[in-house]
Ligand binder design. Structure first.
Ligand code: ZN
Length: 356
């Protein structure tokens, strides 16, 4: 499907979700986004032989259905789940630089940096905060308060109640099912009852469940296990922090784990107050690493160019995005201080270089 159609649909889904959450979205902006997306979807349907024109009101209904059901060459994902943009939608909306979730995440991280940069052990506390957020996508509210208040962070920027589509009643109490890969509560599909994570990477790893006699059973390609957790007293991470801290954090931690298995290699995460993601050392050798997981390599290059490094930096992407490497390398040019690798490629590179 054409990128322009995908971008317009994602922008409309983001605006509609803000409208549903009463998030200060102006009515004109919502209607403009829906009108433009309906026009683009109708044009694409006409071009690709996929049905009659779509009116904005019909498009709103379609936002919560897999695109494959109503658009030629549409993907099997929904634009909204439980009224919130899916990770797919967020990734595509980013192509336009429009991402309200990213703004929230940046506000939290900047506040934490502001507080911590004047503290003597700020660097350690900052890394601990990142690790805490990654380890606690669902957490006890009391534990969260104790952790966030000393850092001057607003509770509501970081955590919120577990929303209704994630809840199920069990023996008289509400429970939710954290995603076995990322830990954020999964949500239930309104029509099919299927439980799944919003993250594209989790779904790609087979995180998908259906019900069998009141028990969740995996329907993806891996035997993941999902267990109920009572929601009383618990809160979930806000979508912005989950999307931009937990999901990339899982790649960062995985890379750190793999590198630490190489004898003599030491890894520090988010060093020097998040100047970059991983500081990798072996004796006197050092590698600076930024882990990036972007749907569009073109957009990734744009973002990278906003902050060019002053020293050589390795940009590491998930193995599943291997196909983007040549475009990234070519786009950055031979003079650039970036070099691009996949996670596995970078682990091999370090192993090779320390043998030299
Ligand atoms: Zn997940």
């Amino acid at each position: 499907m054409q990128e322009r159609v995908e971008v317009c649909l994602s922008m409309a889904a983001v605006e509609w979700s803000r409208h549903l959450m009463n998030d200060g979205a102006s009515a004109n902006r919502v209607m403009d986004a829906l009108g433009l997306a309906a026009a683009e979807a109708s044009r694409w349907r006409a071009e690709a032989g996929g049905g009659p024109p779509l009116r904005p009101a019909e498009l709103v209904e379609c936002l919560s259905r897999p695109m494959a059901e109503w658009l030629p060459e549409g993907e099997g994902v929904c634009l909204l789940e439980a009224g919130e943009p899916t990770a797919w939608t967020q990734e595509v909306a980013e192509l336009q630089g429009a991402d309200p979730l990213l703004e929230v995440q940046q506000r939290v991280i900047l506040t934490a940096l502001d507080t911590l940069q004047v503290r003597e052990d700020g660097e350690r506390q900052y890394a601990e905060l990142r690790q805490f957020l990654i380890d606690h996508p669902l957490a006890l509210a009391s534990e969260v308060r104790a952790r966030l208040i000393p850092l001057g962070l607003a509770f509501s920027d970081c955590y919120q109640s577990v929303p209704a589509p994630c809840l199920r009643s069990m023996n008289g109490e509400d429970v939710c099912y954290p995603c076995p890969r990322c830990g954020w509560p999964m949500s239930m599909h309104r029509r099919t009852g299927a439980m799944r994570c919003h993250a594209v990477a989790c779904v790609a790893e087979g995180v998908r469940f259906g019900w069998l006699h009141d028990r969740l059973v995996p329907t993806g390609n891996k035997a993941w296990d999902a267990r109920p957790v009572p929601v009383a007293g618990r809160v979930r991470l806000t979508p912005g922090l989950w999307r931009y801290t937990v999901l990339p954090g899982l790649w960062e931690l995985d890379l750190a784990r793999r590198l630490r298995r190489i004898p003599g290699v030491e890894v520090a995460l988010w060093p020097r107050l998040d100047l970059y993601d991983l500081d990798v050392r072996h004796g006197a050798r050092q590698w600076r690493v930024d882990v990036k997981d972007h749907r569009s390599p073109r957009r990734l290059l744009e973002l990278l160019r906003q902050h060019p490094p002053s020293v050589p930096t390795h940009v590491v992407i998930p193995d599943g995005r291997r196909a983007d490497l040549s475009l990234l390398r070519h786009g950055a040019g031979p003079e650039s201080l970036w070099s691009f690798e996949t996670c596995s490629g970078f682990v091999r590179l370090v192993s090779r270089e320390i043998r030299v």
